[in-house]
Structure formats: structure tokens, C-alpha cells
Design a protein around this ligand. Structure first.
Ligand SMILES: Cc1cc2nc3c(=O)[nH]c(=O)nc-3n(C[C@H](O)[C@H](O)[C@H](O)COP(=O)(O)O)c2cc1C
Length: 212
């Protein structure tokens, strides 16, 4: 089967979505042909839309933005909908990997509903979605083997997703948090990720709380 792995993170490098796609790809059977796309890094043109219409499977990995999809990804899907309606010749399954900044993965449920609606409008089959909380933790635990320690829940979800993709069938949505205490992540995330990111972007700590 032809599988498109589409990274929908606006980050050009080191995104959590890319991390999850790497983990998934390691479990995809070698008989499948996997192609990679990063829609914020390279322009999405007509050629690409047509290529998506010739896939058997689309895997969309993206972060939660304001309880929904990042706008560049949403825009791409709106255009793709037209192509799918006119050009698609076979059944295409859509799978999704979401991650969010909140600790609770169930924050992603609205975005999953949006994607399900898009699938039915585009006449595509919705395969399965997984939603991971505390996504910004992933790059800190890259060296932990999948399925162990803080990646225990992620391991179960990625395995389930890979099984359904390999067989092109449907599975239940899985929303989860890392196997790591919430209070410890709040402390670490605040001091070692969010404050550091703010500083890198020229913001003082108190400016994080500014309202527009
Ligand atoms: C503009 C913006 C909006 C966001 N909105 C949400 C949100 O509504 N809920 C949430 O839990 N996280 C939100 N986040 C956090 C991202 O989902 C989170 O940082 C994610 O891990 C980034 O994944 P990526 O590395 O794949 O881009 C937002 C981040 C940004 C920059």
C-alpha cells in the first residue's frame, strides 16, 4: 500500500509530530511504500494534491492549536477536499496522530471530530486517531524505548495505530497522557521548556502572561 506520512506541525525542525511519525514508521511493515511530507516546509502544489489522491493511506500528524488544527493544515485540507471529490479513484483511509501542550490527551477530542467531519465531506474513510498530552515532553524522552517508562501509553497507542494501518482497517480513538506525574511535568515543563522557549524568543517570564 502507498502511505503518505504528513507532518502538519508549523515547526520546520524537531517537532513532536515528527517524533511520533518516526515511532510509527518503525512499526509499518516493509512491504508498504511510505512517503514523507511536511506541509509547512515545502509548498503544497497541485502535483502534491494529486499525489495524495493516489495514496491508499494518509497519516496526518499535527499539534493541537486552539483546540483545533493549525491553520496551514486546515487550509490544505480544504483544498484537498475538492481534489478528493474529483480525482480519487480508490478508497483512502485517514489516520491521525495529535499531540497537545496540556497534560491531558483528551484535549484533542474536538480536533479529532473536525477531522472526522472533513473525512466524511471528502468521502474518505476515517481509520483511527490517537491524541497525546504533554507533547512538549517527547523530545526530552527521545532515548526512552517506546512502550517503557513515560512512553508506556504512547507505545500502546502507536502499536494499535500501526496494526490498523498495516491492515488498513479501523480502530478506536485513544487519548492519553504520558506515564509521568502531572505535577512533575508542570514543574519541568515550566522551568525547562516554556520559560526557556520564551527567553529564546526574546520574552521575559512575566510577558508570557500578557493579554493582547
Ligand atoms: C498558537 C498555538 C496554539 C496552541 N493551542 C493549544 C491548545 O489549544 N491546547 C493545547 O493543549 N495545546 C496547544 N498548543 C500547544 C501545542 O499543541 C504543543 O506545544 C504541541 O506539543 C506542539 O507540537 P509540534 O511540536 O508537533 O508542533 C498551542 C501552541 C501554539 C503555538
Amino acid at each position: 500500500m502507498k502511505i503518505a506520512m504528513i507532518n502538519g506541525s508549523p515547526k520546520p525542525e524537531k517537532s513532536n509530530s515528527a517524533f511520533m511519525l518516526r515511532k510509527l514508521e518503525a512499526l509499518i511493515h516493509t512491504e508498504h511504500e511510505v512517503s514523507h511530507y511536511h506541509i509547512n516546509k515545502y509548498p503544497v502544489n497541485e502535483y502534491l494534491y494529486r499525489e495524495f489522491c493516489n495514496m491508499d493511506i494518509l497519516v496526518l500528524a499535527f499539534p493541537l492549536y486552539i483546540d483545533a488544527l493549525p491553520s496551514h493544515l486546515f487550509k490544505m485540507l480544504i483544498t484537498l477536499e475538492d481534489y478528493m471529490k474529483k480525482q480519487r479513484k480508490k478508497e483512502i483511509y485517514v489516520y491521525a496522530i495529535l499531540n497537545c501542550g496540556f497534560y491531558e490527551g483528551n484535549q484533542t477530542h474536538t480536533a479529532i471530530e473536525i477531522l472526522k467531519n472533513w473525512c466524511s465531506r471528502s468521502e474518505l474513510c476515517f481509520g483511527q486517531a490517537i491524541g497525546h498530552g504533554a507533547g512538549e515532553m517527547l523530545n526530552f524522552i527521545e532515548n526512552v524505548p517506546l512502550g517503557y517508562g513515560p512512553q508506556k501509553n504512547l507505545g500502546k497507542a502507536i502499536e494499535s495505530l500501526a496494526d490498523h494501518i498495516n491492515l488498513q482497517n479501523t480502530g478506536d480513538t485513544m487519548l492519553f497522557s504520558p506515564n509521568f506525574p502531572k505535577f512533575a511535568w508542570r514543574f519541568m515543563g515550566t522551568h525547562f521548556f516554556w520559560n526557556v522557549s520564551a527567553k529564546k524568543n526574546g520574552l521575559k517570564k512575566r510577558e508570557i502572561f500578557n493579554r493582547l
